[in-house]
Design a protein around this ligand. Structure first.
Ligand code: FAD
Ligand code: MLT
Ligand code: ZN
Length: 476
């Protein structure tokens, strides 16, 4: 974890700011003339100072800014909604922060091609609302969507509660407009479903956390909006029982299964204690819950009988101990709030360690058990509050600890449990500056060499987001 660093007052840095007048003005430099803008991430885990916060209004201004920075040897940290959980958007000292928030236009929603073109600074929520008003859906649901921006969502390859059915942000990205490290613009805003002309650059930039290019706009794949939805909140006997229930749902109507989210009893209790207005819909405490959503674009799809039949069979078989099915849109929203407020609840409750692991879905029960044993042996009495995207094999094995001193050790230990099952230490939050050590420890020389070669080819002078993903990237 990085501490506060002081900015580098190299005279070149001052000159570059002067050259950028029009993009950087006093209005856009937080902290006043003498103070370096102070930045922190959403969790308050990372802090740093920037030379300036720059707020360009379009791709040409982003390009001018990056070219000027490259010429002056100043690094650039792209920042969207600043909701990232790995410190990727926080400067480490001496960079400028390039905020994309003014690139805020939805350019087009095409109801025939099922594509939308949107600028990087539009929030995910506003993007989804624009699709919705055309009868379509951008199927990417994350609890931070009111702040997270399309550029950040793509740069982190965000997943979320609809990944089970539609994949991650990378699966929804058809084309991009990107400012490269030398200030050139790649105009890759293609809308094609199929395009095998060369290396898939769009896919490469998605998930690169601002280290290879700055995304200024994107073409995104849309789907017909759901017209029938059913949501159930289910107490299950065990994680194995959750796996059994997932199997029953897949067999009954796998195509309609839209979400299968896990909430441990401890995580639910934390949310009920921390978030005003939350109601436990079952009333009796259980150790494990799942939130199930089934949906269809056909308004007349009879999903409730299917879900009720599956839940009845699961009750009979002892997999499920209790369940409620929402009967209205307000109730559906209420059930989803139990899941979507978990991150906020943990943030309010204090020191947390986030372990965003993935394993093959079949190994989740083993993982939950083994990881709890490993953590409790290290910090007796710590709080284990796992939840997450069970249907994707992605569990947020989050921990409540008395202080942060054991965080690094716990992250590595939990990661090792996942690794033993063929898993990953970061399923959706990325690497940022939080997990560079884990990446280096996990990935062999060949893979790290390929990462470094790609970074070296696209950003040879280390202008873009140095110290993120690859700790060793430096400026020249
Ligand atoms: P930022 O935090 O601003 O930046 C994230 C990274 O992307 C940084 O490395 C930054 O440099 C880079 N970046 C930002 N914009 C650009 C750009 N235009 N071009 C190039 N690089 C850029 N994540 C999930 O995947 N699934 C979840 O379910 C989920 N739930 C969350 C719930 C809460 C309450 C919170 C706080 C976070 C959650 N997140 C989740 C994490 C976070 O919201 C996502 O990673 C989101 O995609 C980040 O978007 P942002 O605009 O806030 O990016
Ligand atoms: C979520 O799925 O709610 C977040 O990605 C998890 C987290 O905050 O750890
Ligand atoms: Zn998540």
């Amino acid at each position: 974890m990085s501490g506060i660093r002081t900015p580098d007052h190299d005279p070149d840095h001052v000159r570059i700011l002067a050259r950028l007048s029009g993009i950087v003005g006093p209005r856009h430099v937080l902290g006043g003339a003498d103070a370096a803008p102070f930045c922190t991430d959403w969790r308050g885990l990372f802090t740093g100072t920037a030379l300036a916060v720059v707020r360009p209004a379009d791709a040409a201004q982003v390009a001018a800014c990056v070219a000027a920075c490259a010429a002056a040897g100043v690094a650039v940290v792209p920042q969207g909604g600043n909701t990232g959980l790995c410190g990727g958007a926080t400067p480490q000292g001496g960079e400028i922060v390039l905020s994309l928030g003014r690139l805020n236009r939805v350019r087009d929603v095409d109801t025939v091609d099922l594509v939308m073109e949107v600028e990087a600074g539009v929030t995910l929520q506003a993007t989804r609302l624009a699709a919705d008003s055309a009868g379509l859906d951008l199927p990417l649901g994350i609890a931070s969507e009111g702040s997270a921006q399309i550029g950040g969502v793509l740069a982190t390859n965000a997943g979320g509660t609809a990944t089970l059915r539609y994949g991650t942000a990378r699966d929804l990205a058809l084309g991009l407009e990107v400012v490269l490290a030398d200030g050139r613009i790649w105009h890759g805003l293609r809308r094609l479903r199929k395009d095998n002309t060369g290396i898939a650059l769009t896919k490469l930039f998605v998930g690169s956390e601002g280290t290879l290019g700055i995304i200024t706009a994107a073409c995104l794949r849309l789907v017909p909006a759901a017209r029938a939805r059913e949501v159930a909140f289910v107490a299950v006997a065990s994680p194995e029982a959750a796996l059994g229930l997932l199997g029953l749902l897949r067999r009954a109507d796998g195509a309609a299964l839209a979400a299968f989210e896990y909430i441990s009893g401890a995580a639910l209790r934390l949310a009920l204690a921390q978030i005003e207005g939350l109601i436990d819909p079952l009333g009796t405490a259980a150790g494990h819950y799942v939130l199930v959503e089934m949906s269809s674009p056909r308004a007349e799809a009879a999903l409730a009988p299917v879900l009720e039949a599956v839940l009845a069979e699961a009750l009979e078989g002892g997999l499920v101990t209790d369940a409620v099915l929402a009967a209205s849109e307000a109730q559906r929203t209420g059930l989803w709030r139990l899941r979507e407020t978990l991150t906020e609840a943990q943030q309010r409750a204090g020191a947390t360690v986030k372990n965003d692991i993935s394993v093959p879905i079949s190994r989740i029960p083993d993982f939950l058990r083994q990881a709890a044993v490993v953590c409790e042996a290290r910090v007796p009495g710590l709080g284990v509050v796992p939840f997450g995207h069970f249907g994707d094999g992605n569990i947020h094995f989050n921990l409540m600890v008395p202080d942060a001193s054991a965080a690094e050790d716990l992250m590595h230990a939990v990661g090792e449990v996942a690794r033993g099952m063929g898993g990953s230490f970061s399923a959706e939050h990325g690497v940022g500056q939080l997990k560079t050590g884990l990446l280096a420890a996990w990935r062999g020389g060949v893979e790290m060499d390929m990462f470094a070669a790609i970074k070296g080819a696209l950003d040879p002078r280390g202008v873009l987001n140095p110290g993120k993903i690859l700790a060793s990237t430096s400026r020249t």
